[in-house]
Design a binder for this molecule. Structure first.
Ligand code: ADP
Ligand code: ASP
Ligand code: MG
Length: 423
């Protein structure tokens, strides 16, 4: 039996009962003969609560201190989990990200893993321990400061450790039975997917399906680590994410994998931009220099009478303030009239490799939205995805409409959500 990495999300360890339940599961894997490395998230909504607390003290907290604060959440759950396992008569040791050898760059709040040196984890395993690692955190290579990997980053910790330790599988335990054709909190008739390719999962994750983090899927694809997403509350088989389906996972790749939605983004419109070469470059240079990732962009046709145009783009709400400040600072040099900020938007995306060869998909997608009375504000496409921005209030209705229109509704059991607050 080989080594498995198991990751338990915050909803799986929300309280003492949850920690004891998870401890039992981990011990079962060990009893089955596996070497077990566990990556654990902060309990329940602890990270959100710590963020709220920081914002009450300082509107824009310093990155270094913010990371120091947030990593405390995972420290609590890792120590409690190790205690609960010991209480069941098995040996366990907990490790911070830094102790586990998770080395990152020094971009606070969204650091990237650049190396994993899990010497201490290996030793702990060789000595017969279950190793518990705090997710979502590392230590910067140059300054040796504590960093965090961005929201949901424990998924990435798990896959990175699985790659470094040559694990046979990375199991992601959460509060639903796997990856569904849409978020089961929004679409009761969503279907569980038995197997999905890295490619489609990457697009779903990038489009807001937070069941797996985008960077984690990227990492898994690069190192070819199969991921098994499943519930920590049931014994059911979940969803396999890999290059090729194996054995029992053998299913036809669907034309459409699923519908994703995201309400974590905002839209900035730069109003009155001179319609001449170099303007877009200057705007997006200012935003990039502030280390902000943008998503969709649209430039309107300029009014012939004024020679001015508007440029809109979307970005994570959490970076809205920073982007506005950066653009205001560069206003003189760029020469636009004003900025508009709108955080009442939502994004809906349809994902599937079959889109490449089915030209009707885009038209059907727009028809479903129009039948549901949903107005489209921005559009973007890739080879295997089409996304639109709408009003935030329309998002849930739009997701359900598109899910039905593409025949994805299940006619059997409703999807189960076992825990979590959906925050
Ligand atoms: P964890 O605490 O385990 O990290 P998350 O809240 O990050 O859990 O992710 C699980 C949640 O992802 C589910 O409860 C569900 O609401 C949401 N989700 C969004 N899209 C999907 C999808 N396509 N399939 C399954 N879950 C999804
Ligand atoms: N606790 C962190 C968060 O809530 C990391 C994680 O759960 O993956 O974002
Ligand atoms: Mg998560």
């Amino acid at each position: 039996m080989g080594l498995v990495v198991q990751k338990y999300g915050g909803s799986s360890v929300a309280d003492a009962e949850g920690i004891k339940r998870v401890a039992k599961r981990i011990v079962d894997a060990k009893k089955n003969g596996h070497q077990v490395v566990v990556v654990v998230s902060a309990m329940g909504d602890t990270t959100d609560e710590l963020i709220d607390l920081a914002e009450q003290v300082s509107p824009i907290p310093a990155g270094r201190e913010f990371d120091m604060l947030l990593t405390a959440g995972e420290r609590i759950s890792m120590a409690l989990l190790a205690m609960a396992i010991k209480n069941l008569g098995h040996e366990a040791q907990s490790f911070t990200g830094s102790q586990a050898g998770v080395i990152t760059d020094s971009v606070h709040n969204k650091a990237r893993i650049i190396d994993v040196t899990p010497g201490r984890i290996r030793t702990a395993l060789d000595e017969g321990n279950i190793a518990i690692v705090a997710g979502f955190q590392g230590v910067s290579q140059d300054k040796k400061d504590i960093t965090t990997l961005g929201r949901g980053g424990s998924d990435t910790t798990a896959v990175a450790l699985a790659a470094a330790l040559d694990a046979e599988v990375c199991e992601i335990y959460t509060d639903v039975d796997g990856v569904f054709t849409a978020d089961p909190r929004v679409v009761k008739k969503a279907k569980k997917i038995d197997w999905i390719s890295f490619e489609d999962m990457l697009e779903l994750a990038a489009s807001g399906s937070k069941v797996l983090l985008h960077r984690c899927v990227e990492y898994a694809r690069r190192y070819n680590i199969p991921i098994h997403v499943r519930s920590s509350f049931s014994g059911l088989q979940g969803t396999w994410v890999s290059n090729e389906p194996q054995g029992a996972q053998k299913v036809e790749q669907a034309i459409i994998s699923g519908v994703a939605h995201d309400t974590s983004e905002a839209k900035i419109t730069v109003v009155g931009v001179p319609d001449k070469p170099g303007e877009a470059a200057a705007i997006f240079r200012a935003v990039a220099d502030a280390e902000i990732n943008i998503d969709m962009i649209v430039q309107n046709v300029s009014a012939a009478s004024t020679g001015l145009t508007d440029i809109s783009f979307t970005l994570p709400k959490a970076e809205g303030r920073k982007a506005i400040d950066a653009l205001e600072k560069a206003k003189g040099a760029i020469g636009f009239d004003s900025l508009r900020y709108d955080d009442q938007i939502g994004k809906i995306s349809l994902v599937g490799a079959g889109m490449k060869t089915n030209p009707g998909v885009t038209a059907d997608f727009f028809k479903a939205l129009s039948d549901a009375g949903v107005n489209i504000e921005l559009i973007s496409t890739s080879e295997i995805r089409i996304s639109v921005v709408t009003r935030a209030d329309d998002v849930n209705e739009a997701v359900r409409a598109v899910h039905s229109a593409f025949g994805l509704d299940s006619d059997s059991d409703e999807a189960v959500v076992y825990g979590g607050t959906g925050r």
